[in-house]
Design a protein around this ligand. Structure first.
Ligand SMILES: [Zn+2]
Length: 65
């Protein structure tokens, strides 16, 4: 897993989830060999995860230990 924050104008990475390339994305692309995820999809996933946890844990975001 690596986070490349350097400016890259070449479409070398494409989000596995929505298909946007780093050249058109306004934000960061998190890349791993074989899979990439853009900032927009990360935020969408965060919404889903917290929405799911709010539904099943009464809105309490306690950490599970
Ligand atoms: Zn994406």
């Amino acid at each position: 897993m690596s986070v490349n924050t350097a400016l890259n104008n070449q479409p070398t990475h494409q989000c596995t989830f929505c298909g946007i390339t780093n050249a058109t994305l306004k934000g960061v692309m998190i890349s791993d060999p074989g899979v990439n995820i853009c900032q927009e999809c990360v935020l969408l996933c965060v919404d889903l995860v917290f929405g799911h946890s709010a539904k099943h844990e009464g809105g309490d975001h306690r950490e599970a230990h």
